[in-house]
Write a protein that binds this ligand. Structure first.
Ligand SMILES: [Zn+2]
Length: 59
């Protein structure tokens, strides 16, 4: 609803246009893996990457 999107979203990319409202560590890991092919243009991937890099130093 934000106007001009040049590339038509695929079925999978539909979820990529918005950030997940709530994230758990486990969800973030799954999102990061599922959306890894989309890269930094994917909001799901970005949110998950930000979440994982934000507060977790132990690995
Ligand atoms: Zn994605």
């Amino acid at each position: 609803m934000s106007g001009s999107i040049s590339a038509p979203p695929t079925s999978n990319a539909a979820a990529c246009s918005y950030e997940p409202s709530t994230l758990t560590y486990r969800q973030a890991r799954e999102i990061l893996r599922d959306h890894d092919v989309h890269g930094p243009q994917c909001r799901q991937w970005l949110a998950a990457a930000a979440y994982l890099s934000a507060g977790l130093d132990d690995e």
